[in-house]
Design a protein around this ligand. Structure first.
Ligand SMILES: [Zn+2]
Length: 134
């Protein structure tokens, strides 16, 4: 699949290693699976809003430094012939498989929010604090 101009715009300011993984995942994506980039770099104001809404639990988000990206499966989930963003976990698990393969191929360590024990975050991918201190 091809990343759209909007996807590429949303990757601006994101760490090049993470961008490489996202691009590789797009290239290697099976034909029946697509994804969109929801968000990359985030402002402190937006992080405050998300915290107030309960959409995040931290002000130490890796989005603030360009070490995180949110992506979502993009497919025809209701069979009407148009693709839409999916919020179904099975789709996120498939996408995670593709992302992890891409990360391995690029030699980049990534963490998936879906693997977190608390506050699972299916769209969220980040570079580890340990290997990529801000
Ligand atoms: Zn995120």
């Amino acid at each position: 699949m091809q990343l759209s101009a909007r996807d590429e715009q949303r990757l601006q300011g994101v760490h090049p290693d993470l961008v490489r993984v996202v691009r590789r995942a797009a290239v290697d994506m099976p034909a029946d699976m697509e994804f969109v980039v929801l968000e990359g770099l985030r402002t402190i104001d937006r992080q405050r809003q998300l915290l107030a809404k309960g959409a995040t639990t931290t002000m130490r988000s890796r989005h603030l430094t360009g070490h995180a990206v949110d992506i979502a499966p993009y497919l025809d989930t209701d069979g009407d012939g148009t693709k839409e963003i999916s919020w179904h976990w099975p789709h996120y698990f498939r996408l995670a498989g593709a992302m992890k393969s891409a990360a391995l191929a690029e030699g980049v360590q990534v963490e998936w929010g879906g693997d977190w024990r608390e506050f699972k975050d299916g769209p969220h991918w980040q570079l580890p604090w340990r290997t990529y201190p801000a």
